[in-house]
Structures are given as structure tokens and as C-alpha cells.
Design a protein around this ligand. Structure first.
Ligand SMILES: Cc1ncc(C[n+]2csc(CCOP(=O)(O)OP(=O)(O)O)c2C)c(N)n1
Ligand code: SF4
Length: 351
């Protein structure tokens, strides 16, 4: 894909993270997306989250499918491992890469076209297997790259820029993820940087499959009156169910809110996600209750956001399959390849 290098210039007195890196060190190539595209705001949130978590860029994996959204991986962390894969096939690539090295913080970027049509089966199986990755679904209701056809997330009756209203019901990525077993499910908006950065940090620290459905408007093909994925519509119907903050293992947990409203969820790295319920009846650890609340908000035309469901107890794919904990590239060759005699003995067991 076309890309332009961005000069890396650190400002005087720029704040540095624990690794001594500045935010600019987490940026990538110059974006070639349309000015005002929601996807560029998502990139900025990703840059901030990785910088604030002090993740070494060369120890991370970024992968994507095909679409304007999938070009996002080019715009952050040039020093990371990464690949722009095949349309809808990013989850398989992630499953393979993480089987070889489950230690790499992994972010997959996709669009609603890439994820909910050609890639729906791939995404579903990564969710039910609890592959240890953060999956960002940049959702604009259209195929932006191929000039604005409706995608499967377009709401029934929503209007295109030109032509007839959408005739099919939408697939809601959040309801879908709840039904196939994802263990961290959130929704946000490209225009809500604060919420998005917190969710990305929490999602990266979750052990298992984390999905963030980000409403990310396409200014060229789906930002008009009658679209339910425009900036104006999202701002009007935006509703927050839960506020989530990631608290690193070294930070003290301070009860900043009234008791009963705050729910700390412990993560495998010793950190916490501090959940503050904005809706008193909402329980983000109860899959059935979360599903009912999401359906209820859809009936009311609300765009419910925040960390909508979390389950830290399910084992990830690596654990379920009892795979080698050490990254394969750190295992000595003699251990990886014990020789012809060991192979013959193994084959004999199956005769
Ligand atoms: C196998 C295959 N089929 C179709 C296409 C054409 N195509 C390219 S991107 C795309 C959809 C992109 O939509 P989305 O994932 O929502 O990303 P956006 O561009 O809206 O960010 C399609 C259908 C393709 N590249 N490969
Ligand atoms: S066509 Fe739409 S999705 Fe693609 S870059 Fe432009 S605004 Fe973004």
C-alpha cells in the first residue's frame, strides 16, 4: 500500500514514558486517509495507549485485513512486527502468530466490511477460542475503500449518500461477540478519545479475546443526514453504560468513587480494570444481563458504550490447548528438533 514516512521530531521537554520513549516514537507513516476520517482518530488513541503502557514497539504485533480501516496499522509503530493480511483473514494470521509467541501484545485492526461479511467466520472462531488479542473493529457502516456500499453493520432503513435505503437488518458486533463467547467486549466512538484510550489499554492487558467496536465515521460516504453512523447521529444517541480505567500493577488502587459503584477486576499481569457503572443496574460480568441491556438500548436507538462485558476467568487458546508457554524462537534448536530417533519413537506409538 502507498505510504509516506513521517519525520520523527521530538519537541523540547516532551514527556517520556518508563522506557524513555516519547509519543512520537509510537507513530507510524503519514496517513493517506480522507481528512476527518474517524479511523485517524482511532490511530491517535492507539498511539497514546501503547505509549502510556510503555510497551516496547519492537515487542508488539499489529495486523489487519483489507479496507481503509485496515490501512491503520501503517500509521503507528513502524518498529513492530506486522502484516496487512488478506480480506477477512486477519484472525487466522493472529491465531498462528500467537501460537508461536503468546507473549506479544497483539492488536488486530479491521473494518465492519472486513469483519462482518467475508471475515465473519474467522472473527467468530477467534472469539470462541479466546485468542489472546485486541481486535479493533473500526465501524462506519460502509465499505469505504470500494466507494461506500452498505456493509452488514448498516442499520435497516439507513440512507446511503445516493440511492435506496438499506433493506437488511444490521449485524451488531457487540451482540454477536456476546453470543459466541468473547471475554472482553466494548464499544466506543472515534470522537471520544478519553474513553477509547482507556478501553484500548484495558483490552491490551486482558488475557483472551478483547473486541472494541468503534463507531468511526466515513466522512466521504456515510456522514450525511439519514446515516446512523455519522458524527451527528453518534453524538446525539451516545450513551455510556460503564467507565473503565486501567490501573497498572505498580499503581495504588484509590477508591475515587462511592462504594458499590466501583468494581475492580483483577488482570493476569497483576493490574486492575476499575469499572465505574454509570447505569446502576448494569453488571458487566453477567453475559446474559449484558445481552439484555445491549438489546434494550438498541430498541431505544441508544449507542451504548464502555466496557460492556468482561470475563477474566476463561483460559485463552494457548492455555486450553496446553501450548508451549515459551516463544518458539527462544527454544533451543535441539529441543525444537529432538532428532530422527525421537520422531521414529513417536511414530511407533501410533502404529
Ligand atoms: C477477496 C476480496 N473481495 C473483495 C475485495 C474488495 N474490498 C476491498 S476493501 C472491502 C471492504 C472494506 O470495508 P471495511 O472493512 O468496512 O473498511 P473501510 O474501508 O470502510 O474502513 C472490499 C469489499 C477485496 N479486496 N478482496
Ligand atoms: S473513504 Fe471513508 S473510510 Fe475511507 S479514508 Fe475516506 S473517510 Fe475514511
Amino acid at each position: 500500500m502507498t505510504s509516506f514516512l513521517k519525520p520523527k521530531i521530538r519537541r523540547h521537554n516532551e514527556p517520556l514514558n518508563e522506557l524513555g520513549l516519547a509519543r512520537v516514537d509510537y507513530e507510524g507513516n503519514m496517513s493517506t486517509l480522507c481528512a476527518g476520517c474517524g479511523h485517524d482518530s482511532v490511530t491517535a488513541a492507539i498511539v497514546r495507549a501503547f505509549y502510556e503502557l510503555s510497551i516496547p514497539p519492537h515487542r508488539a504485533l499489529k495486523i489487519s485485513g483489507i479496507g481503509c480501516s485496515s490501512k491503520t496499522t501503517s500509521y503507528f509503530m513502524n518498529d513492530s512486527h506486522g502484516a496487512n493480511t488478506v480480506h477477512g483473514r486477519m484472525p487466522s494470521f493472529a491465531t498462528g502468530a500467537l501460537s508461536a509467541n503468546n507473549d506479544l501484545p497483539t492488536i488486530g485492526i479491521s473494518g465492519d466490511g472486513d469483519s462482518l461479511s467475508i471475515g465473519l467466520g474467522q472473527m467468530a472462531h477467534a472469539m470462541r477460542r479466546n485468542v489472546n488479542m485486541l481486535y479493533m473493529l473500526e465501524n462506519n457502516g460502509v465499505y469505504g475503500l470500494t466507494k461506500g456500499q452498505f456493509s452488514a453493520s448498516a442499520d435497516l432503513g439507513s440512507l446511503p449518500k445516493k440511492g435506496d435505503p438499506n433493506e437488511f437488518p444490521a449485524i451488531d458486533p457487540v451482540a454477536f461477540a456476546l453470543s459466541v463467547g468473547a471475554t472482553f467486549i466494548a464499544r466506543s466512538f472515534s470522537g471520544d478519545r478519553k474513553q477509547l484510550v482507556s478501553l484500548i489499554k484495558a483490552g491490551l492487558k486482558h488475557k483472551g479475546f478483547a473486541i472494541i467496536d468503534v463507531i468511526s465515521p466515513c466522512v466521504s460516504f456515510n456522514d450525511h443526514k439519514g446515516s446512523t453512523k455519522s458524527y451527528a447521529h453518534t453524538y446525539e444517541f451516545y450513551s455510556k453504560a460503564v467507565h473503565a480505567d486501567y490501573i497498572a500493577p505498580s499503581q495504588e488502587i484509590v477508591a475515587a468513587y462511592d462504594e458499590g459503584e466501583v468494581m475492580p477486576v483483577e488482570l493476569h499481569d497483576g493490574g486492575y480494570i476499575q469499572l465505574r457503572k454509570l447505569d446502576a443496574d448494569y453488571d458487566p460480568t453477567d453475559r446474559g444481563a449484558a445481552f439484555n441491556r445491549v438489546m434494550d438500548s438498541e430498541r431505544k436507538n441508544e449507542i451504548l458504550t464502555g466496557l460492556l462485558f468482561i470475563d477474566e476467568k476463561q483460559p485463552d487458546l494457548h492455555e486450553t490447548q496446553n501450548m508451549e508457554a515459551r516463544p518458539l524462537n527462544e527454544i533451543p534448536y535441539t529441543e525444537l528438533n529432538p532428532g530422527a530417533d525421537a520422531l521414529s519413537a513417536l511414530q511407533a506409538e501410533f502404529r
